[in-house]
Design a protein around this ligand. Structure first.
Ligand SMILES: NC(=O)c1ccc[n+]([C@@H]2O[C@H](COP(=O)([O-])OP(=O)(O)OC[C@H]3O[C@@H](n4cnc5c(N)ncnc54)[C@H](OP(=O)(O)O)[C@@H]3O)[C@@H](O)[C@H]2O)c1
Length: 281
């Protein structure tokens, strides 16, 4: 990191918006904290989606706008963002490799959702540039602008060992090494963070329900609709129970708890048990 970071004192936190269910019970909550979470934060929080023009980023951007949040789409190409979102969101130009562009874009932002990713893996916009340099820049600009919550879309496979994962990563120019460094940049920012690790993403409507996981030996050949992942990302926003947590997301035919309850049931990283085995199927 280029500079020593100060502990986050975002107004989002100090105003009590970032309050878990447990904290809310412990302290004497003002009335507004007892209101339903979505109603509570609607129109109060400025959310920036980095990678908004991406296949997952566009879903979460639209979803949050539809929930009446104030949404900023960060885009390298603002015209592309305008074609996707029209006037429904604000659009700010920015490239994660360019810290100065992020400093300007993050002004007044409370929550950053980072859904960026490389499409080339090599070159000047490869994994090193987007995941490592880009995440460092995002974390630094977020600290400087007193962002209250960083949410990262990472990847299933981290913490897991399998020859297939090793080969996959090598074939894609150190994919998992780049993702691990991206996660570390978000974690070390000192800003409350949430890391979401999806299995392989598909551009089709959900055929099941979002299943969040930390310890179970999930198989490598699993898929999830980008729309479901976007729902999980949106549910993390302003959710005190998501802070300091890393979890995987896949799609399950079986209906379990709703996403909000699943997030609450995930263990914080300090006590999380890492997954032990990774079958192929
Ligand atoms: N594909 C999978 O199956 C899979 C599985 C697990 C995890 N993931 C991860 O999930 C994330 C999202 O995946 P996706 O397939 O939805 O992504 P995607 O469609 O490739 O979108 C990537 C987004 O990142 C933006 N971006 C790229 N370089 C940038 C830069 N230098 N500055 C600012 N923005 C930049 C792109 O902007 P432009 O539109 O301008 O290019 C685009 O909006 C990625 O991190 C990916 O590695 C993917």
């Amino acid at each position: 990191m280029g500079h020593r970071r100060k502990r986050n004192t975002s107004p989002v936190l100090s105003a009590g918006w970032w309050t878990s269910d447990e904290e809310c019970q412990e302290i004497s909550c003002p009335k507004k904290w007892r209101e339903p979470r979505r109603a509570n934060i609607a129109r109060e929080v400025n959310i920036l989606v980095a990678g908004a023009t991406g296949h997952t980023g566009r879903h979460v951007t639209r979803m949050l706008a539809a929930r009446d949040h104030s949404v900023v789409a960060l885009a390298r190409n603002p015209d592309a963002a305008l074609r996707l979102f029209g006037e429904s969101v604000s659009i700010r130009k920015g490239d994660v490799r360019d810290r100065a562009s992020l400093e300007a874009a993050f002004a007044g932002i409370d929550v950053v959702i980072n859904t960026t990713g490389t499409r080339t893996f090599w070159g000047d916009n490869g994994g090193h540039a987007v995941d490592i340099v880009g995440s460092e820049n995002i974390a630094n600009a977020a600290v400087h602008n007193r962002v209250g919550h960083l949410i990262l879309l990472s990847a299933f496979g981290l913490d897991r060992s399998s020859i297939f994962l090793t080969l996959f990563s090598r074939a894609l120019n150190g994919y998992f090494e780049c993702k691990a460094k991206a996660e570390q940049a978000h974690i070390q920012s000192t800003i409350p963070y949430t890391i979401v690790r999806p299995v392989e993403l598909l551009n089709r409507p959900p055929r099941g329900h979002a299943l969040l996981n930390q310890e179970a030996p999930l198989s490598l050949v699993r898929f999830v609709s980008r729309e479901l992942v976007a729902q999980v990302l949106a549910e993390c926003v302003g959710n005190g129970n998501a802070a300091g947590k890393t979890f995987e997301v896949c799609e399950s035919k079986k209906k379990g708890d709703d996403v909000h309850a699943q997030i609450a049931a995930m263990k914080p990283d300090q006590t999380r048990t890492k997954p032990s085995s990774t079958p192929l199927f």
